[in-house]
Write a protein that binds this ligand. Structure first.
Ligand SMILES: [Zn+2]
Length: 250
């Protein structure tokens, strides 16, 4: 219990918390963790090939069929934020600055009501036309099997096949510099629900701790590759851990 009290004290003292989140934050909302054992990627490694920019270029229509199946797009709208998402929203409501850098693509931090969110691996909530840059929301994407751009050049529709706004395998990460810039402004690092296995996301804790000297907290069900660089580490079910911490919050 002293660990949780220690974490809560650090959270109480912080003005601007940098929060890094991963799949473990969303599993309590019923969203499968694609990477841990038993997750969907584990069951069928070919999906990693299908969800690549290479496959999108080659077979965009089949790409869209597989994309919607893999990410269970029909269900996306029925997921709801859980107590971990809501905990971060409550900290913001209390007047703390909360900046979330998430690997999740489900949009649940936005739905919970947090306002500063970097979607490091993009989002399922929208898609963009590669030709003209027009952006489309979830309902348009779900309206047809393959979503086409209906923007007009004069009276001619653009007609290109949209590309989802998640980062595909083979795509470059565009948000890394923005993530570091936001870390520069923080005074506490809180990492939750990620094994810190995926590069280059897993460079961010090193940046925050070694370059910016931020005090640091890690909560994850399993050990991570970087446990040793954090000030306070707890291995527990995330929902339970948050519940314990909340008892000591001001
Ligand atoms: Zn277009």
């Amino acid at each position: 219990m002293t660990l949780y009290k220690n974490m809560a004290t650090r959270i109480n003292q912080a003005q601007h918390i940098i929060v890094l989140t991963g799949a473990g934050v969303s599993t309590a909302s019923g969203i499968p963790d694609f990477r841990s054992s038993g997750g969907i990627w584990e069951q069928d490694r070919s999906r990693e090939y299908y969800m690549s920019s290479e496959y999108f270029q080659k077979e965009p229509e089949d790409f869209w069929r597989k994309y919607k199946a893999i990410f269970q797009m029909k269900l996306v709208g029925t997921y709801h934020p859980n107590n971990v998402h809501l905990f971060l929203q409550q900290l913001e409501a209390k007047g703390k600055k909360i900046s979330i850098i998430t690997q999740n693509v489900d949009g649940l931090h936005e739905r919970a009501g947090n306002t500063t969110i970097i979607n490091y691996h993009g989002t399922l909530q929208s898609a963009t036309c590669p030709t003209c840059g027009t952006s489309y929301g979830l309902s348009y994407i779900m309206n047809s099997e393959t979503p086409y751009c209906n923007d007009l050049y004069g009276s001619t529709p653009c007609g290109d096949i949209l590309k989802p706004d998640i980062v595909l395998f083979g795509d470059s990460i565009t948000e890394h510099d923005k993530a570091e810039a936001i870390i520069d402004q923080g005074d506490l690092l809180l990492v939750m629900g990620t094994s810190l296995f995926v590069m280059p996301f897993n460079f961010l804790p090193d940046y925050a701790i070694y370059q910016r000297s931020l005090p640091s907290i890690l909560i994850n069900r399993e050990e991570t590759m970087k446990d040793n660089i954090f000030d306070v580490v707890v291995h527990d079910d995330l929902s339970k851990a948050i519940h314990h911490i909340q008892r000591f919050l001001q």
